[in-house]
Design a protein around this ligand. Sequence first.
Ligand SMILES: O=C([O-])CC(=O)C(=O)O
Ligand SMILES: [Mg+2]
Length: 653
Amino acid sequence: MLSLQRSSTFLAREQRLSSYRDLTGTYRSKRRDVSVSVRSSGGGERTTRASASASASAAAAARGIVMESTNGSVIKEVVDRKSTVGGGVQDAYGEDRATEEQLVTPWSVTVASGYSLLRDPHHNKGLGFTEKERDAHYLRGLLPPVVATQELQERKAMHNLRQYEVPLQRYMAMMDLQETNERLFYKLLIDHVEELLPIVYTPTVGEACQKYGSIFKRPQGLYISLKEKGKILEVLKNWPEKKVQVIVVTDGERILGLGDLGCQGMGIPVGKLSLYTALGGLRPSACLPITIDVGTNNEKLLKDEFYIGLRQRRARGQEYAELLEEFMSAVKQNYGEKVLIQFEDFANHNAFELLEKYSKTHLVFNDDIQGTASVVLAGIVAALKLVGGSLADQRFLFLGAGEAGTGIAELIALEMSKQTNAPLEECRKKIWLVDSKGLIVSSRVESLQHFKKPWAHEHEPVKTLLEAVQAIKPTVLIGSSGVGQTFTKEVVETMASLNKKPLILSLSNPTSQSECTAEQAYTWSEGRAIFASGSPFGPVEINRKTFLSGQANNAYIFPGLGLGLIMSGAIRVHDDMLLAASEALASQVAQENFDAGLIYPPFTNIRKISAKIAAKVAEKVYDLGLASHLPRPENLEKFAESCMYTPIYRNYR
Ligand SMILES: O=C([O-])CC(=O)C(=O)O
Ligand SMILES: [Mg+2]
């Protein structure tokens, strides 16, 4: 291990000299931001932003000369740890390989200082700037005298957050923190993951998306609308970070189980990516949230004066396909083929098509189809310890035959086929799906959408879920319908009458859309159900006995999966990687979890779990010959851990 120091040129004084007050007395800058390519003398190219008034510095920087600000201050900041692999030197993600000699050669970037430093969320430390830093970086007088540690700031932030009783207010406070002091935001999220996950993620993020227009303060992520057609590459270039490694993109048509929220779906990519960093250790600057706005068919939003998106109905067909094609090509052109693109919360019809089309040419995966499948398979495999029997001994019934339902069904069938050597087709026959028209059976095959066809087995028509439970006699019941309260008392009671330990998974999000609550599942099954849900439920007390339930949410999988793909330099996603992720997660359920009736490990250990998932995924990537970061690190789990971002404040010297 060695650490890389890079020197940063701070241009505070130049900034001041070139600033003036406008007529309203507001401080204005004469400079225009320009993109500048900064090349280290060692040859590794970095692109950053500098200012035109600093063009001399920029030009010098571009030639690899370390510039000093006009008063001569140069700041060195320690950047993320580097690891030595196979004699060459590689950064934590396998990027920018350089020799040791090159690494000690400084390269320069321009970073704000003084007043601007306090308003730069990536570098701000609040009251955490030391006396020396205050002197060196023009902060004297801009902060009160006290110097507060990050731990103290964390305690204060948590104290303040807990004063809010309304979850949406906590969400807004967290977003404010992310936008003002990124490292403190991640420290909070990592150290209090169980408490804060329901705030920055489901269920509160769902409400935030519904009200996104009215709570909107500062833009987060990148908006690409029909207006940007023909200019998407330019739009991507406007994003300030150049080393993007993962993009989460939505078109907002099916946000959780809340339906079409159009442009306001942005809360989802933002939330998912904050988990990539907090749970999976990807650097915040490597994460890019994107919302593609092709309109919305949500009448309420179209009439809402605070709506932030295009006020038109959704583009479909060729117009939609062309915009997406331009987007996908622009991403590859701008970031290369190793950037991971996670499709999130697209409606069924587009989700399957986009995945099918772009999985051949890009590093893509659909979290709702594949991430959910991987996490649910893990829960089922773990649950077998409590339920008994093998995977092939179970009968599965789904309510909901969309992305999640068919995605999970297919991954279960694949795993079953792997375990038993039975043909996939045979394994699928143990899995039944109910959609809005009843049980999916062969007599309906002509009218079924293509992704439902493999599940049309021989059976007489069955109209309702209850009748389907009675007819199929499942051991496992899975809700993926996006419709709340559909696992009725009769349905759960029937499951309990058929099974000693019925496995019931209510996956739909947010909490309002859950097929049943934890309390209902435990009460109606007389405490015999093994239950997990997509959104979290607290402990339930029945007859003075406490029941816990796990969260079957793709948040267990995508951060580790993403880390594994990125650290190995994967160029394609393969089903075997999803199975590997699933096995890795299932193996993390400890005896004490089982004893408490849980089929998932607690989120408190999630960074360790993510490292294990990443290692297993990377192993598959290497085994399948899809890795571009060579040579393969010897200990993948240690390597994954060493890659992970930590939110501790850095020293500016
Ligand atoms: O976001 C979540 O909590 C899980 C998910 O992908 C969805 O429900 O669409
Ligand atoms: Mg989703």
